[in-house]
Ligand binder design. Sequence first.
Ligand code: ATP
Ligand code: LTN
Length: 336
Amino acid sequence: MSETGKKVILSGSTVTGDLTLGNYIGAINNWKKLQEDYNCHYFIADLHALTVAQDPLALRERCFSFFAQYLALGLDPNKNTIFVQSQMPEHAELAWILTCLTPMGNLNRMTQFKEKSANTKNINAGLFTYPVLMAADILLYQADMVPVGDDQRQHMELCRDIVVWFENRYGEGHLKMPDAFIGKSGARIMALQDPTKKMSKSDENDKNFVSIIDSPKKILKKIKSAQTDSDTVVTYDPEKKAGLANLLTIYSVLGEKSVEDICKDYEGKMYGHLKADLADLVVETLKPVQENYTDLMKNKDHLEDLMALGASKARVRASQTLKMVYEITGLIPRRS
Ligand code: ATP
Ligand code: LTN
């Protein structure tokens, strides 16, 4: 619970690629709904992005772009604390302390690490300890709830384990045990060309995702060419018709209509009709977002001011937690 009496929420997204429909539906759309009733902290995870080699100039540009995408999607910097992870050195400091409590074996079991390291030649230690930094992000703000997509379930479990290991070593009641908050509908949007894997903004094949700043032409093309089966009847069957089911999920969330109702609307019609209508819906939904985004990107100074505002708000809780952790772990707290 925060000073305002509101529960504390924290979440973030890694700065790799542009935000996708998957990020929007599985994460940011839910974050937006929470901003009225909770003390929300949303950040852009640029330190996490460094687990993959990044071109320095492109990374900095993308951080601005990402920040603007958060705002354009409707996250309000006055209602929330919106900040850039690397502008808060407390994250890396706490992460180190937690790394020293985390057994290698538990990190070895992380499926995201297994998947990502399978596709990487030179695996760095940051990719391995990624979930510990994520735990630090959360515990630093003593967050009550962490809204994430279904794919982050295992990382959240590890974060909760880290609280227990911390308690075993230093006693109970210091770090808040966070709960994952996984939205039901659209919790996992799948890749358009391969509906067995999730839509991911860092996917090498850009036909697999729709980015929220893709042009209408691109959106239409990507949705029209989304992989579907050779049947013609529009029914929701995630096992046998995974590609179509994915499109129906996107339609249902953006159109605020049940999947059953959508299937009824397309009785006797071909998949092509559904794809064309879905593409229109996506374009219409993203139109105001893209206009907003273009305006925001015209003024980087303003974006930097907002980043500084976010960091100064974030520092209130982060410095309190870090000071407490220094005290109980035997480190000497810095004079403020
Ligand atoms: P990367 O390709 O770098 O792994 P990503 O697109 O998977 O990126 P993240 O930055 O890892 O996205 O995640 C940001 C948020 O979006 C998280 O809460 C995550 O659970 C959610 N999310 C990511 N992909 C999807 C998806 N396909 N469906 C639903 N939610 C998603
Ligand atoms: N690993 C997360 C991004 C992330 C995050 C966090 C999410 C980094 N730190 C803290 C919630 C809380 C992901 O979604 N890939």
